[in-house]
Design a protein around this ligand. Sequence first.
Ligand code: GLU
Length: 379
Amino acid sequence: MKLKKESYLKNVKRIVVKIGTSTLTHSTGLLNLNTMENIVRQLVNIHNQGIEVVLVTSGAIGAGMGKLGLKSKPKTIPQKQAAAAVGQGILMHMYEKLFSEYGKIAAQILLTSEDMSDRKRFLNARNTFFSLFNQKVIPIVNENDAIAIDEIKFGDNDTLSAMVTTLVDGDLLLVLSDIDGLYNANPKTNINAKLISYVEEITEKIKCSAGDAGSNLGTGGMITKLKAAEIAVSSGASMIIANGSILNIINRIFQGENIGTFFQATKNPLQSKKSWIAYNTAAKGKIIIDDGAKKAILEKRKSLLPSGVKSVNGKFNKGDVVYIVDSEYKEIARGITNYNSLDIDLIKGIQTSDITDQLGYKNYDEIIHVNNLVILNND
Ligand code: GLU
C-alpha cells in the first residue's frame, strides 16, 4: 500500500494545493508570512520539476479582518463580503510578490458555484486554466466571496478545491490544514485516537470517525474534507490531508515521507463531464421514473426513455442537470436532460416512436442519454 502511494506521487503531473485560513493567518488575523513564504517556495520547487500547480487559498476574510481591525469574524453577509474584498487584494499582493521573487507568474481566478453548475461557464473556466498552464502560470483560486451569497456559495474551500481538481483534471489534491490528517476518533478528547494514513475507499465507517474527529477551526471541518475527498477520488485524483504548519511539508510528502492521510483515487474515475454532472450543486428539477426504467438504468446501464417516466417535478430547460428519482423518491442518478420539463410532462409514459406526434418534433429518442447520466446510489 505504501508502494502504491509512492508510485502515485512519482507520477503526479498536475496538483491542486489548498491552504486554509488557520494555516495562512496568525490569531490576530494578519498574514503568517513565514508559512506563506515557505509554502510558495515549495510550490515553485515542484513547479520547477515540471508539475503543474494550482493554489486554492483561503484567508481573504481573515486578512480583511486584520486590515480592518475587526476583532471577531463578521456576522452579516455584507460585512463578510467587505472583509473578503479588502483581504483578497492583500492576499494576492503577497502571493504575487512571493511567486515573482522566485521567477514565477501568478494569476488570480475567483469562482462561485455557478461557474461550476453552468456547463458553459465551467468549460470557459477550464479553458482559462489550460491556457494558464500552457504559459507556465500558477493559477491562484479562491471563492469570489465579495459577490457570492448563500445560494451561489461553495461555502468552504475544501469543496471548492475538490471541484477545481475535477475542473482541471488534477491528479492530486493536497489539503493543507491545521490538523495532521484523518483520525479514527477525536484526537483532542481521545488519547488513543490514531491517525489513518491510508484510505483505499471512503466507507461509512470512515465517515463516522470523521464526524467525531472534526477540527472546528476554519470554515471546513473534517466532514467537508471527506466530502472533498469523495469528489476528488471519484474523478480520478488522490487526495492528501496534512498539517500545513509542518516545515517543508510539501517537499517531505513528495520525498515519500509518510505524513498525513492519503486517499487513493478510484480505479474507475468518472469522466470529467460525468463528474460535472454528479457534483453539480444546482440540479434544476426531478424526473420520477418507474421500476422498469430504474432497473434499466441501474442494472443494464441504459438511457432514460419517455416510457419509463411517471412524472416531472420543477421547471427546467433542455440541457439542465436534473435528478432521476425512483417511485419512492430516492435519488438514484443525475443527468443532462434532452427535453424541458413541460415537454417531458407531455411525453411521459409514451413510446419513443410517438414523440413527434405528441410534441410536433423529436430531437432525441432519449430523455437522458446514458453518456450524460451518472448513477449515484446503487444500494
Ligand atoms: N473563501 C474564504 C476566504 O478566503 C475561506 C473559506 C474557507 O475557509 O473554507 O476567506
